[in-house]
Design a protein around this ligand. Structure first.
Ligand SMILES: *Cc1c(COP(=O)(O)O)cnc(C)c1O
Length: 409
């Protein structure tokens, strides 16, 4: 018999969303007259904007004509999209990068999951708790952890994100080789300020660590002191890789397009002790294992940077931001302490009266018919917290908010 990758057996079952679905289904069956509203979804609800749809149609027509048909494209993405990203997200913000430091992909999830394979199995990983579970699980699969015990994997440096610091992770006392930072953060909805991020960049430079910076929610930032890109921070181009996605920015969760920035100045140690370029390794990895994003999808992503496209996606993001404000107001009316929501489509509330995350889930479902996500599902430090998302429609979000505001504790 063929032996399996032993590390897969260290993974903890992800029962979070299936448990939620089961509880909701059971409740609906017992109460067929009640309308349940979900503020639990981490997916957008609004359709693609017209500028994107027009670009998709045009590109489809091109694919049907011999003169404009495209087969395999460049693995790193077409120049038209990389140039649009470079100009629209970086040069226009005073960040100097070049197009060959940008790699277009089919998702930030896959990029952030795949990127760890460029590092040694012995590399020491630090990550936030609570956080998007992909960083941890992919390092477990790669064998960078020991077994799971008492809510923790041995070998991982957990960075607790607590109320005391507005959920900003604190620098570890020990050495980390790879540091995952998610800002604005999923699930806490909070974001690192320039000053806080500068301390991480300084740490990485001092320790020769690499920061893997996930800014999938960058488009939701409203406050001036929150950086949109880690490259707004001095020295970051030598130590940081940035992951971005069109998923939450432009509703591409089902269309699939994202990109990763790997500056040429980021170096790693080669087996002979010399310095190697991480950009060259990622290029090698992508050209070997990935065959690019569909031409039509890259044209659609390019349209996000057109004048029309920008205005249209801003309008949609504005609606989600308004939903976030509606939820925050309702929670405060109910006397619940809530964080996030200002620079992210997520609200992170503190469960009242010391309820655990799951008890709060049950109360919200049975008394308000509103569904959210228990914080403990994102890490041990998420216990006692609960995530609500701003991605539902305005009408349903307002209905849910009315019910939440009437909750009694
Ligand atoms: C939604 C999300 C992404 C985006 O993933 P895609 O694969 O591009 O859809 C990345 N990181 C975080 C933290 C997310 O919540």
């Amino acid at each position: 018999m063929t032996t399996a990758n032993e590390h897969y057996f260290k993974l903890q079952g992800s029962y979070l969303f299936s448990t939620i679905a089961k509880k909701v289904a059971a409740y609906k069956e017992a109460h067929p007259d009640k309308q349940v509203i979900s503020l639990g979804i981490g997916d957008v609800s609004q359709p693609l904007v017209p500028a994107v749809i027009e670009a998709l149609h045009r590109a489809c027509d091109e694919m049907g004509q011999a003169e404009t048909f495209r087969g395999y494209g460049p693995e790193q993405g077409y120049a038209f999209l990389r140039e649009a990203i470079l100009q629209g997200d970086y040069l226009s913000r005073g960040i100097n990068l070049s197009a060959d430091e940008i790699f277009v992909s089919d998702g930030a999830k896959s990029d952030v999951a795949n990127f760890q394979e460029l590092f040694a199995p012995s590399a020491k990983v630090a990550l936030q708790d609570p956080v998007y579970p992909v960083y941890l699980d992919t390092n477990v699969m790669a064998g960078r952890t020991q077994m799971y015990q008492n809510g923790r994997y041995g070998g991982i440096i957990y960075l607790p994100c607590t109320e005391e610091t507005n959920f900003a992770p604190q620098l570890p006392a020990e050495h980390a080789d790879i540091i995952y930072l998610c800002s604005p953060n999923n699930p806490t909805g909070t974001a690192l300020t320039k000053a806080q991020l500068q301390r991480w960049v300084d740490y990485a430079r001092e320790h020769h660590s690499i920061i893997l910076y996930d800014s999938a929610y960058e488009a939701y930032i409203t406050q001036n002191d929150i950086p949109h890109s880690i490259y707004e921070i001095d020295g970051a181009q030598e130590v940081a890789v940035e992951f971005r996605s069109f998923s939450k920015t432009a509703g591409f969760t089902g269309t699939r397009c994202a990109y990763t920035v790997v500056p040429k100045a980021v170096k790693v140690t080669a087996p002979d002790g010399s310095l190697a370029s991480l950009n060259a390794l990622w290029l090698r990895r992508q050209t070997t294992k990935f065959n690019g994003v569909p031409y039509i999808v890259q044209r659609a992503a390019q349209a996000v940077y057109s004048q029309q496209g920008r205005m249209q996606i801003q309008e949609v993001i504005g609606r989600y931001q308004q939903n976030a404000r509606v939820i925050l107001t309702a929670l405060r009316k109910a006397g619940i302490t809530a964080y996030g929501g200002e620079n992210a489509p997520y609200i992170w509330l503190k469960t009242p009266k010391g309820l655990d995350s799951w008890s709060f889930f049950d109360k919200l479902l049975t008394e308000a018919q509103v569904v959210g996500t228990p914080g403990v599902g994102f890490g041990a430090c998420g216990e006692g917290f609960f995530r609500l998302t701003a991605f539902n429609t305005a009408v349903l979000t307002e209905q849910a908010a009315l019910r939440v505001a009437q909750l009694q504790f």
